[in-house]
Design a protein around this ligand. Sequence first.
Ligand SMILES: Cc1cc2nc3c(=O)[nH]c(=O)nc-3n(C[C@H](O)[C@H](O)[C@H](O)COP(=O)(O)OP(=O)(O)OC[C@H]3O[C@@H](n4cnc5c(N)ncnc54)[C@H](O)[C@@H]3O)c2cc1C
Length: 414
Amino acid sequence: MTSDQTHVIVGAGLAGAKAAETLRNEGFDGRVVLVGAEDVRPCERPPLSKDYLRGEVGRDKVYVHEEDFYAEHEIDLLFGRSAVSLDTGRRELALDNGERLRYDRLLLTTGAEPRRLSIPGADLDGVLYLRSVGDSDTLRARLDRGGSIVVVGAGWIGSEVAASARQRGLEVTVVEPASVPLERVLGPELGAFYRDVHTDHGVRLLLGTGVEAFEGSQEVARVRTSDGGELDCDLVVVGVGVEPRAELARQAGLAVDNGILVDEHLQTSVTGVFAAGDVANAYHPFYGERIRVEHWANALNQGPAAARSLLGGSDAYERLPYFFSDQYDVGMEYTGFARSWDRVVFRGDPATREFVAFWLLKGRVVAGMNVNVWDVTDAVNSLVRERLPVDERRLADPDVPLDAVASPAGGGVS
Ligand SMILES: Cc1cc2nc3c(=O)[nH]c(=O)nc-3n(C[C@H](O)[C@H](O)[C@H](O)COP(=O)(O)OP(=O)(O)OC[C@H]3O[C@@H](n4cnc5c(N)ncnc54)[C@H](O)[C@@H]3O)c2cc1C
């Protein structure tokens, strides 16, 4: 090594592991330390609610890198180790074994953790959450026993667990306070599409319904719902969203508000300290505001972008949000970020389960979702980026290429 600098990454998930890889790819030859609280090497999480959970693929599918990658690239992977405090004045990090690590640059990729319910019975055995490989292993073992499962929350994790449990032959009931699944992100039209997908696969959906308590002597045996109902079950999975793991940053005095606040270069309020992935609430030049994205592609790309910033690069991170989900035989990709919209336009019939949906605001596409239609994300990305007014009839017509749907009267929006 010719550099005597040490760069430390806290959080050995996808963002952290890809950042470490990027430091080496960019030619940094000082010390790289990757600290991770989990007792396994860095993992990808999407399979944990899908094929890995169903037992269709093994551990190899979930690791970000081959086992010897870290040694081969001289990355000191300290897994099973937590960073417990940070002193940005001394540029020093304390680990849970008492070790102190001095750094020149620091990257925080501490991710997010499931929001916990604090209702009666929340600590009973069999009330499970899903984030880590270990969580997925525990859940898989419970699914192997069969029986009936109640899924609390019809967001992405809840919906995917419901689908996987159904595919494994369990009786599945989903309890969700909103009027359709995935309503917060997708709205009523596309939420209704997912409602029908689940109902067609035999899932019982209790919509507009909350959960009051879990009951049982040691193991959960029953769920009490807000409408006074009781659901017998062998198992509960709670999927009611995640919280960014920003405690280390907050205690160190970094600016934190719905995650660690970072600028477009992913630098925090303290020079030389960066954040990326689920934990980062990042200023996005395209949207002109901060957004925190809890999706795989964001961790995959923001980790490397933060590593380049940490080495002195000056590129802003401005990729559009993108995510995917697989439920039964319904695969989808979503591009963009629709906080509000006034129209949803369909290209294709949702009943055929092959279509593209577009969310429009004032005649411009703000997001698009392709369902069982592939190779269109670049075109959807361009539509969102260009912000050109579109002709709704052309947008809805599968015979019109997506790069030819601009309204003839159109002009850009600054
Ligand atoms: C079951 C599941 C399925 C998903 N499916 C999809 C999908 O289909 N599509 C999609 O787009 N996204 C999906 N996601 C979301 C995606 O996996 C996340 O956005 C991504 O994992 C975020 O990566 P990250 O590296 O930012 O954080 P994480 O993956 O959360 O990694 C952060 C790591 O930091 C560690 N850590 C935290 N604090 C400390 C500390 N103080 N010291 C040391 N280590 C620490 C944590 O233990 C963790 O290992 C899914 C998520 C889950 C849980």
